[in-house]
Design a protein around this ligand. Structure first.
Ligand code: ATP
Length: 258
């Protein structure tokens, strides 16, 4: 049984009086592929944004790789983490965004080499070698010198995946990676994620509306509702035999016509 690499311990996230996550207990084991599904506004993206340190937490503790993410241990007490701690912790995670978030004024190659050089201090030659390997992995070797605007949405998202991998994260987060794409471009992105999931020992946590894909690649699927895990299980359990009425309602609404 592998160790948890992500742990949410009674995490609360509120914006003013509005509570998005309420006492959330959640974990992902090392190497596990976990998918979060659920209705709009249930807090799915917030979980990923907290892990990327793009959102703070209101209460509770998040652990990544055994260390508190948003806190530092000072003489046995957890205190709010400083920027240096956050920066160090962040290197364990990579994120693939819905809107790709590539640097538009940089070539594809530079999009992949910039952060490894600046943040990890990698040499130019090493960063370039690594970027070329990753572009081959996502099938974009011949587009290295293009700018993001010259690529299709599917190609841009494949660059987004390669860029996240360039930082050699232990954990890869995907926030609805195909929802900004035209339907005919979804398949090529899912193929890349499928390859990563089957051939690499990465821990993957994904928010997606692609139910069939979630069923195929996940070890575990969590159904979120109102900032909590309402039900979770293997894909066969959750999609094939959901136990709770709310899960059944959600699944029958989103899989209608499938
Ligand atoms: N900066 C913010 N200020 C106030 N409310 C916010 C902020 N960011 C998110 N929210 C609210 O928090 C709730 C959860 O947002 P989140 O993006 O996590 O939902 P989600 O489950 O990912 O939804 P979707 O499937 O629509 O992306 C939503 O109701 C959203 O409006």
């Amino acid at each position: 049984m592998s160790e948890p690499i992500i742990v949410f311990d009674k995490v609360k996230k509120a914006y003013g009086n509005f509570t998005v996550l309420q006492d959330l207990d959640f974990h992902v084991n090392q190497g596990e592929k976990v998918t979060i599904i659920g209705p709009s506004g249930s807090g799915k993206s917030t979980v990923l944004r907290i892990l990327m340190t793009l959102e703070t937490i209101t209460d509770g503790v998040v652990y990544v790789g055994g260390d508190p993410l948003w806190h530092e241990n000072k003489n046995g007490t957890l205190v709010k983490a400083g920027e240096a701690h956050l920066r160090k912790m962040r290197t364990q995670l990579g994120m693939v965004f819905q809107q790709f978030n590539l640097f538009p004024h940089m070539t594809v190659l530079r999009n992949l080499t910039e952060a490894p050089r600046v943040v990890l201090g990698m040499s130019k030659a090493e960063a370039k070698d690594r970027a070329e390997e990753l572009l081959a992995l996502v099938g974009l070797s011949e587009h290295a010198q293009k700018f993001p605007g010259q690529l299709s949405g599917g190609q841009q998202q494949r660059v987004g995946i390669a860029r996240a991998l360039a930082m050699r994260p232990k954990i890869l987060l995907f926030d609805e990676p195909t929802s900004a794409l035209d339907p005919e471009l979804v398949g090529e992105v899912l193929n890349v994620i499928r390859t990563l999931a089957s051939e690499h020992d990465l821990t993957m946590l994904m928010v997606t509306h692609e139910m069939r894909f979630a069923r195929e690649i996940s070890d575990r699927v969590c159904f979120f509702d109102k900032g909590k895990i309402h039900e979770e299980g293997t894909p066969d359990e959750l999609f094939g035999n959901p136990q709770k009425e709310r899960t059944q309602q959600f699944l029958s609404a989103v899989t209608e016509g499938d």
